[in-house]
Write a protein that binds this ligand. Structure first.
Ligand SMILES: [Zn+2]
Ligand SMILES: [Zn+2]
Length: 252
């Protein structure tokens, strides 16, 4: 005969699942209470490669050098960017890379929780930490791509950042041109491809939402910086933003 205890057990399990997820978001190893609210198992967490000083002060490329040095890499020295600097908490490899891939290309929306959490790592950057008056703006997707993917990965992780920091979240950029996939293009090709791809939303323009403000421009991966550059240009020229900092989960 089923006891009261037996009949309550599924409810207890449901509550336990709510309190901590069943398995690691990256490798599906079962998680226990010792993982707390982390979504990654200890082994996957150990495989994360945070970006630590010294790194290029413009594009966050890590350098094997004295950590006290402030460096701008040769690439950035002869390449002006519209953003003030870009940063990512992690290098794009191992579990981070797999998670981002599954999030974007396998439409695993639930991964926004763990990826949103990983985005927060970038807040450790001293120049980001130095301000408390940021505005969060995600890199937009074109409407057609949004229909295919069903969500904008940059907006999803921006929501987590907004909840954590309470910085206003203003999705005030619009992608007006559907650019072909960037993945096969070099930086020059990407820049040509992205020209005039972005604009302000009518509301951001009308209400001057970015004028004089300091923007954290959010994307999942920082690769050549071409997308961040084009968005930052619009935010500064059309939006009159004072500062634009690119913040991504990972640096490719
Ligand atoms: Zn794992
Ligand atoms: Zn650089």
């Amino acid at each position: 005969m089923q006891t009261l205890r037996d009949s309550l057990r599924p409810w207890g399990q449901a509550l336990a699942n709510l309190l901590f997820p069943l398995d690691c978001a990256a490798c599906h190893f079962p998680l226990t209470a010792s993982h707390g609210s982390d979504r990654l198992c200890h082994s996957c967490a150990q495989q994360l490669t945070p970006i630590t000083p010294p790194y290029c002060q413009r594009c966050a490329e890590p350098f094997p050098a004295d950590p006290s040095l402030t460096i701008v890499c040769p690439n950035c020295q002869n390449r002006p960017t519209a953003f003030d600097f870009a940063f990512a908490g992690y290098e794009s490899r191992g579990p981070v890379r797999d998670l981002i891939h599954n999030f974007k290309y396998n439409r695993q929306l639930h991964l926004r929780v763990v990826l949103g959490q990983l985005l927060l790592k970038g807040l450790d950057e001293p120049r980001i930490q130095a301000r408390q008056d940021w505005i969060i703006t995600p890199v937009p997707l074109h409407a057609r791509k949004l229909r295919d993917r069903r969500f904008n990965q940059a907006l999803e992780i921006s929501r987590r950042l907004h909840r954590h920091t309470q910085f206003p979240l203003i999705p005030g950029l619009r992608r007006q041109r559907d650019t072909t996939s960037q993945a096969t293009l070099d930086r020059k090709g990407r820049l040509a491809n992205l020209k005039d791809a972005f604009t302000l939303t009518p509301q951001a323009r009308r209400q001057r939402l970015f004028a004089g403000r300091h923007i954290l421009l959010i994307d999942d991966v920082l690769t050549t910086g071409a997308t961040l550059h084009e968005c930052a240009q619009v935010l500064k020229k059309e939006g009159q933003a004072a500062t634009v900092v690119g913040l991504c989960i990972a640096r490719g």
